[in-house]
Design a protein around this ligand. Structure first.
Ligand code: ADP
Ligand code: MG
Length: 586
């Protein structure tokens, strides 16, 4: 007997289900797409235990005809395409007829529906490996699909699921993505009985984005609209103005004809357009849709339809680049304008500066009681060299020259110039202080007279709640408040008293991003770093001479003052000899 055999149907179903249905998130995605294809204007998603126990998606779409009900869960059964040519112009989210069949192979599936044109609805209950039972039901127009005990009969898959908490977060992300892109449709997400997303149909994109991403982005939205005269490609949507950015690509919402896609190259084109507006390791937030002739894009290239193939990818990239560049141009001008303002100082400021310049130098000399540069030369065998170490060379008298670009503090020493990065240096000061306070179990806390109400997106909200014990140790007292909000009633005294909700959102965002990567000690240290970074004097802040002096004094009492907590240097030095060499004086 030969060794090759054709697999039985149930095994084939299980194998192909593996490609489409990976986790609760994929079920939710497929069911939302079905509801959208049925022209629903309201979609409600309900999950229990991260979607592992149950996922229920209800819509008010056109419904399923009773005679189609038994067919729709069979593999490759679809109402969306008929012939070969249909594949060349796919306008619906679904077209392969795989989703319901795949779900039925790996979970208990119940469908209840009534088509617009029928009086009585239909129902179907199916369990993996069993014949489905069919029934007639009375119900409103639309469809409800219920998926229970995902992968109960496929232990290999079940094993690969994450914690219910993590699976729930992925579901929240996928609902947010569709809800943002399809702002015409109402979306509700209920997680373990709690409503976490609730958006009415017909919201404008800005309103939708604000209700999902939080109010901080509201003021920062830039309208994008660009239509390429030659290719006819239209790029439209919104981008969030820096400095509101993220540490990953999770708020890069790209879609083609409203189909959410991932496209590494397009993402990079957009990120590159942000150019210097984006700090290293930060990613922009945007929701951008690409419109083109439907025949110019093939959605049939990826098992879960996450990627598409364009006939002319360069054309699309160019349109996207132009759209984003044009939208960002005013933001760039903002930056230049503020520089111009700086150059044309008011007469009053000028006089002050001149006075400072005229002040007699010796009167401004101060003394450093700590070595500004602590680098002891080592011989090859690791022993300290004898002779004058740099440590001694840099103690002594100095003069505060002032600030450069509101970023650096310049100090004149007898031996040369020392440049201090004000943010990095203060970050180290705050970090060490906060760490000491935590280890002593005594973080000074400021109770807020008026507690801050912070609106967070549903994902952020869940994660912040998960970190509330650690945050308490840090000095943040937070409590859930209504749906989608937390109340901050106290925060570490180290933070500026004048922080606003809009300052706390980026702080919490970063706490969530970094917090997700660590556990225990490392987690706490990461949280301290983030808090220090947000409490430290900002780059770009103008400092008075007393403020500079204060910072220098604080640095004197800070261990490891030569590097910030992230390891970047806090100061550099240029010796007189180096200067002389630069100018070819020697
Ligand atoms: P596809 O979406 O690729 O057609 P599915 O397996 O997802 O395949 O769905 C099979 C068919 O079931 C669809 O073509 C559609 O006719 C019907 N269907 C599924 N969900 C719904 C729904 N929510 N409303 C109306 N019809 C639906
Ligand atoms: Mg489908």
């Amino acid at each position: 007997m030969g060794r090759v055999r054709t697999l039985p149907d149930d095994l084939v179903a299980l194998i192909s289900a593996g490609e489409v249905i990976e986790r609760p998130e994929s079920v939710v995605k497929e069911l939302i797409e079905n509801s959208l294809d049925a022209s629903a204007t309201q979609i409600t998603v309900e999950i229990t235990n991260g979607g592992i126990d149950s996922i229920i998606v209800s819509d008010n779409g056109h419904g399923i005809l009773a005679e189609d009900c038994p067919i729709c869960i069979q593999r490759h059964s679809t109402s969306k395409i008929e012939k070969k040519s249909d594949i060349e112009a796919i306008r619906t989210y679904g077209f392969r007829g795989e989703a319901l069949g795949s779900i039925a192979a790996v979970a208990e599936l119940r469908i209840f529906s009534r088509a617009a044109e029928e009086e009585l609805g239909c129902g179907l209950i199916s369990r993996p490996g069993e014949r489905p039972s069919i029934m007639r039901v009375s119900r409103p127009q639309g469809t409800t699909v219920e998926v229970r005990d995902l992968f109960a009969t496929v232990p290999a898959r079940r094993k690969h699921l994450n914690t219910p908490q993590a699976e729930a977060q992925r579901v929240v992300e996928v609902v947010m993505r569709y809800a943002t892109i399809r702002n015409d449709v109402g979306f509700t997400l209920i997680r373990d009985g709690q409503t976490v997303i609730d958006c009415p149909p017909g919201q404008s994109t800005p309103d939708r984005v604000v209700s999902l991403w939080g109010p901080a982005v509201g003021k920062m939205l830039i309208d994008v609209h660009h239509s390429d005269p030659i290719s006819g490609v239209v790029v439209s949507g919104y981008i969030v103005k820096p400095p509101l950015t993220r540490g990953n690509r999770s708020r890069e919402y790209l879609s083609v004809l409203k189909r959410p896609i991932e496209d590494e190259r397009l993402s990079r084109v957009i990120e590159t357009s942000f150019d210097t507006l984006l700090m290293r390791g930060r990613y922009p937030m945007f929701v951008l849709d690409i419109e083109l002739d439907v025949s110019g894009v093939d959605p049939n290239v990826h098992p879960t339809k996450r990627e598409v193939r364009f006939d002319n990818p360069e054309e699309i990239e160019e349109a996207v680049r132009q759209a984003v560049n044009r939208a960002l141009r005013p933001s760039r001008q903002d930056v230049t304008a503020s520089l111009d303002d700086f150059m044309v100082m008011t007469t009053e400021q000028q006089t002050q500066t001149e006075m400072r310049r005229d002040a007699p130098t010796p009167a401004l000399k101060e003394t450093a009681h700590w070595p500004l540069i602590e680098r002891v030369s080592l011989t090859s065998d690791g022993a300290e060299t004898t002779g004058v170490s740099e440590r001694e060379m840099f103690e002594g008298n100095f003069r505060i020259i002032g600030q450069l670009n509101n970023l650096y503090i310049l100090l004149e020493f007898d031996d040369g110039l020392v440049i201090i990065d004000q943010h990095a240096a203060h970050e180290r000061v705050v970090y060490e202080r906060l760490r000491r306070q935590i280890s002593e179990g005594d973080v000074p806390v400021q109770e807020l007279l008026e507690p801050l109400v912070v609106r967070l997106d549903p994902v952020a909200l869940q994660r912040i709640q998960g970190l509330s014990d650690e945050l308490r140790v840090l000095g943040f007292h937070i409590e859930p408040f209504g749906s989608g909000e937390i109340i901050v009633s106290a925060m570490p005294s180290i933070l500026d008293r004048t922080v606003l909700e809009t300052d706390l959102i980026p702080l919490f965002d970063e706490i969530i991003e970094r917090g997700a990567l660590r556990r225990g000690e490392r987690l706490m240290d990461e949280l301290v770093k983030v808090t220090a970074c947000h409490s430290a004097i900002r780059a770009g802040k103008a400092l008075t001479i007393p403020q500079i002096r204060n910072l220098l004094q604080e640095m004197a009492h800070t261990p490891d003052r030569y590097n910030c907590p992230h390891g970047r240097p806090t100061m550099v030095r240029i010796t007189n000899t180096e200067l002389a060499a630069m100018f070819k004086r020697i």
